[in-house]
Design a protein around this ligand. Structure first.
Ligand code: ATP
Length: 331
């Protein structure tokens, strides 16, 4: 039996989580769900964005499903805390186009691997007498670990090329270390092509010629920005899932945030959350169930009868999830 920690969060988080649980409970899986609090609503209730019980539950369960949270300046970030406490060092963000969904490019399938524990999100930011400064932390150990992860992913998923993205011409020391680690790891994978690009060039290629990419590996902030750019290529933020992986724990969440502008209306696209569930099932080695859910979702998207407004339909989040659930029986 799998034990899953469930953190719905704020805004559309609980709405897409309801969709995910509706579908998961209809599947042939022995799974128990443990709800936990985090985010801004949690702060209003308990005075903390991430109670220790939530961290403990995430540590003890087989995987965590995370909806979305509203980040309020000055509050401790619940998701950054979880990534740190669970040592979820690799953030995987697949960018894939799906038939039936209007996308800038119809044939994309690449993976962004983002370092998740340091870089400019190391949490070392402070006011100075005339402004503020943030520390960009890049260690050899974390750089090597994320590059190894990226090459392993490329190998397992049948990709042929890994691209390191950095800005070593300006950030010579931090990104110098990152690039050096990348090429050291690359030597262990002679069958894979290794290249590196400056982040500005990578951003341009992502718009102009994204088909050239297979696996991208990069530091925290660059990965955050480029993966939203990737989402824009394949139908928007409602379409892109992510996995946060460590050696002992894993957390799965849509790339989008809590979308306060549409929260409470029941119109959020559940695709990113459902694809995050697919990633979780693959991580748990439930390949058959993962592929069944993926196909049911693809069928829903391709038929285009029951879609949320961002995809051109008029269905609610739950209606679209129920349509996916209905298609599960086809496989
Ligand atoms: P946060 O502060 O929590 O990051 P945000 O609004 O700044 O929230 P997102 O939640 O990522 O950032 O949303 C950005 C835009 O994308 C919003 O206009 C939102 O309506 C849209 N969006 C995000 N997720 C979805 C979704 N699942 N379905 C439909 N639209 C979405």
């Amino acid at each position: 039996m799998y034990r899953i920690c469930v953190i719905p969060g704020d805004g559309i988080g609980p709405e897409v989580m309801e969709a995910a649980l509706t579908v998961l409970k209809a599947m042939d899986l022995d799974m128990e769900f443990y709800p936990a609090l985090a985010g801004n609503a949690c702060f209003q209730k308990l005075g903390t964005t991430i109670p220790s019980q939530t961290v403990d539950l995430a540590l003890q369960t087989d995987a965590t499903l995370f909806g979305a949270i509203t980040s309020v300046p000055g509050q401790r970030s619940a998701i950054l805390t979880l990534r740190k406490e669970l040592d979820l060092y690799a953030n995987l963000r697949p960018v894939k186009s799906y038939p039936g969904i209007e996308a800038l490019y119809p044939d994309l399938d690449f993976l962004i691997v983002r370092e998740n524990t340091e870089g400019l999100y190391a949490g070392q930011e402070e006011y100075t007498p005339d402004g503020a400064q943030a520390l960009r932390v890049v260690t050899r150990k974390a750089s090597r670990r994320i590059c190894e992860f990226a090459f392993r992913q490329a190998q397992n998923k049948g990709f042929k090329r890994v691209t390191a993205v950095h800005k070593a011409n300006v950030l010579m020391k931090t990104d110098g270390i990152f690039r050096e680690a990348f090429y050291q790891v690359a030597e262990e994978y002679p069958e894979l092509e290794a290249e590196d690009l400056y982040v500005d060039a990578a951003a341009m290629f992502l718009v102009k010629n994204p088909q050239r990419f297979q696996v991208l590996v990069t530091t925290n902030l660059f990965g955050d920005i480029l993966s939203d750019e990737g989402a824009g290529l394949v139908g928007g933020l409602g379409m892109v899932p992510s996995a946060n992986i460590g050696d002992k724990n894993a957390l799965f969440e849509p790339v989008h945030g809590s979308a306060p502008d549409i929260a409470g209306q029941g119109v959020a696209n559940p695709t990113a959350m459902l694809l995050s569930v697919v990633m979780m099932l693959r991580h748990l080695k439930e390949e058959d169930e993962a592929s069944k859910l993926e196909k049911a979702l693809l069928m829903t998207l391709k038929e285009g009868r029951v879609l949320t407004p961002d995809l051109g339909g008029d269905a609610s989040t739950l209606k679209m999830a129920q349509e996916v659930q209905g298609h599960l029986e086809s496989w």
